[in-house]
Design a binder for this molecule. Structure first.
Ligand code: NDP
Length: 400
């Protein structure tokens, strides 16, 4: 049916690419373009014998618009799926504009030297994408991604008005290391060491990092400590869900993770300010990333399940209503299927689905849009079909 250019070949991309190859009627040809060509070639070697999808590979520096444009002009993709790092979002969007290629990503832009993610830089591309007649779909991972689709689905089918959303991201998996991160360590540590915040009555309420703690009993995982974090979908959902009064995001962390993080913070290892070490400039957080286990190697060692979803509270037919939509994903099942743990799986599957809906024209809306602005139904069907089935609870325990 069509051709997809996939930028990046890390943990999330490996799953999305495996899923494209399972879906070869839709993805007839893909090109994997990333910084380290050997990773792209190794993945091609593993997957090509298993699929009808024709796989090409290229080396690209996605910080360079001209290199991206050259690949797009040569390959002529129907969609570009950006699974590199948030730092590359704008250069990839520039290349898509130059070649009129629809764009999909899973994380919003972050400048390398400021650990602050917000949508303003990407939303600023809206008019140019609209004039070019191409769609940009922002945030097609799990969170952001499926959490936005769940919100649009709840609004469409379960509520007249949603007033409260609590997004709960629980990883009940254990990889056996005292400290490791489940996705890119630099991006992960930037996210969790930042101040927390939530959206209430039209404004942000800021908290100290990990200041707000709750305990929740997750289906198929059990009781876990979870902490309020700032998260990017709070910004777009606050804008796109009418009637919303409060949205919060909680993520579970074990005590060992938090103790290590605190210690690393206390000695300056999570800093993004460059320092001179024996005549070389190094960024402590980038050096820490180098020392930590590569998330791509956690797959065989990780056991347990993730449980990620949204608890909604609002009104239906004049009455108060609660509704919880979530997915449970088993690390070892993911590893058996695609050779990755569940964090990469729960992001890579929605990335493939978003690219598919854009490529097929099921979602077509020139401009730059967040995922909750599209019709959720085809995405919800695809989640059930492609490995992330969802569960409904009509009487959930609320978060205090
Ligand atoms: P990885 O670090 O495993 O992969 C990133 C890939 O991008 C690597 O292959 C890397 O190349 C490549 N890359 C980095 N810089 C460049 C560049 N300048 N040019 C070309 N390629 C480049 O990260 P993950 O797979 O864990 O994460 C990928 C994305 O997914 C991130 O943006 C992350 O924030 C997002 N994410 C979203 C989630 C969601 O639910 N929405 C959840 C988890 C992640 P190399 O192989 O050479 O290092």
């Amino acid at each position: 049916m069509g051709k997809a250019l996939i930028i990046g070949c890390g943990g999330v991309a490996s799953v999305a690419i495996a899923k494209c190859c399972q879906n070869s009627e839709v993805f007839t040809e893909i090109m994997i373009a990333s910084r380290t060509l050997s990773k792209c070639d190794a993945l091609k070697e593993k997957l090509q014998p298993t699929t009808k999808t024709i796989i090409h590979t290229r080396k690209v520096d996605a910080d360079k618009v001209d290199e991206l444009v050259a690949i797009m002009e040569e390959f002529k993709p129907d969609v570009c799926l950006n699974l590199a790092l948030p730092y590359q979002d704008l250069t990839i969007m520039d290349a898509c504009l130059a070649t009129k290629t629809p764009y999909v990503d899973t994380a919003n832009y972050e400048p390398v030297d400021t650990a602050k993610f917000e949508y303003k830089w990407q939303w600023a591309y809206h008019d140019r994408f609209k004039e070019a007649g191409i769609t940009a779909l922002l945030g097609s991972g799990f969170d952001p991604g499926v959490t936005g689709v769940f919100s649009a689905y709840a609004l469409k089918h379960q509520f007249d008005e949603i007033n409260y959303i609590d997004i709960l991201d629980c990883n009940g998996g254990d990889h056996g290391y005292p400290f490791a991160t489940n996705f890119n360590p630099e991006i992960n540590i930037r996210e969790v060491s930042a101040k927390g915040s939530y959206w209430e009555d039209g404004k942000w309420i800021e908290t100290e990092p990990m200041e707000i703690k709750r305990v929740y009993n997750f289906d198929q995982v059990g009781e876990k400590d979870m902490y309020l974090l700032h998260h990017e979908e709070l910004e777009s959902l606050g804008k796109n869900i009418p009637g919303i009064k409060r949205i919060r995001f909680f993520m579970t962390f074990g005590q060992s993770y938090l103790t290590h993080l605190k210690c690393l913070e206390n000695v300056g290892m999570t800093s993004i300010e460059p320092v001179i070490y024996e005549g070389h400039e190094i960024v402590p957080l980038q050096f820490l990333k180098f020392m930590l286990p590569d998330p791509a190697t956690l797959g065989p060692r990780t056991v347990g399940k993730t449980n990620i979803g949204c608890i909604f509270k609002g009104k239906k037919d004049g009455k108060e209503k609660k509704y919880y939509l979530y997915n449970v994903c088993d690390h070892q099942e993911c590893y058996k299927e695609v050779g990755s743990q569940a964090i990469s799986y729960t992001t890579g599957v929605p990335a493939m689905i978003g690219a598919m809906l854009i490529m097929q024209g099921t979602w077509k809306r020139p401009g730059v849009y967040n995922i909750e602005e599209f019709d959720p139904d085809p995405f919800m069907d695809a989640l059930n079909k492609w490995g992330l089935p969802w569960i409904e609870d009509f009487n959930p325990v609320e978060v205090e």
